[in-house]
Design a protein around this ligand. Sequence first.
Ligand code: AQP
Length: 349
Amino acid sequence: MQGMNSRAEAAMTQTFIPRVFSGIQPSGGLTLGNYLGAMKRFVDMQADGGFETVYCMVDLHAITVWQNPEDLRRNTRELCAGFIAAGIDPEKSILFNQSQVPEHAQLGCCFNCVARMGWMKRMTQWKDKAGKNSENASLGLFGYPALMAADILIYHATHVPVGEDQKQHLELTRDIAVKFNNDFGVDFFPIPEPVIEGSATRVMSLRDGTKKMSKSDPSDMSRLNMTDGAETLVKKIKKAKTDMDPLPDNLEGLDGRPEAQNLVNIYASLNEMTVQAVIGEFSGQQFGAFKPKLADLAVAKLAPISSEMSRLMQDPAEIDRILARGAERGRALAAPILQKTYDIVGMLR
Ligand code: AQP
């Protein structure tokens, strides 16, 4: 990844170890949006070598909306299998589920007292997820961004790879770090940098190009799941909504065509090419011709990940061991940072 080393160096000059943190909720199956928007970056940053990398299945975030306990356990293991199948090496990166490192929740408790109600009320994810029925939404959902800030700052993480939808939460994390440092007159928490890169930072629903592809969308046809078999991937791409026009010969030709833009972005990201290059290759062709090419590409890139996930899922005890070991390593980093936070705040020990 270009520029990554210079970013790592910049973090070092601020005396913070260049460290990456990011998480994914085990709130359903892993989607292509999670993979292209987040997980591919996680793998790049692990490969970069300039960072320590900490990746987490954020189960405490998942329960901010109802989760069936058995499904949550299964989804957490499956997500862990997804991380490993996509290229996260649990020896190189620290990989665990959030609830096994209680320091996340403990620092989250402190940050609930730093974050302001007004900041939370402005979060678009809160407004979208709570909807019109916000009186009935959980307090956890409202406080989600303060716990997310704790996830990141409990490791003094300097860089956070995320999809576009998490940008606002990252800004709030930075606000919390600044306010804590100012309130206590310290330079304790780093101000982490979002890493939002690539041509698929916001993968959209296959049924509606104005809506984010999401694991919790009631329509399974709206998303590609990382566990979908070849036949399902082909069917979903074939049925994906598009318009009647051919692919344009310039980028502006995709303006106002969200579904077309989305499929082109997905192709570019899966094939590691620019959107411009995709347009160069397919300009003038109808989506009827483009979709089979996209489907072949999706099958070629995703099927190996999906089959490795199924293989790993056959040994849940091994997944549990990986998570427990990752949690132990996570705690070794998090515990001293929590203790120092408590000292700064004035807790006796
Ligand atoms: N459609 C997307 N395009 C690009 N990036 C995406 N991410 C999620 N959807 C897309 C990125 O994946 C990471 C993990 O997201 P998450 O699971 O913690 O929460 P989310 O953003 O709320 O994802 P979902 O799929 O929409 O989950 P539900 O339906 O449970 O709310 C983040 O970096 C996110 O940006």
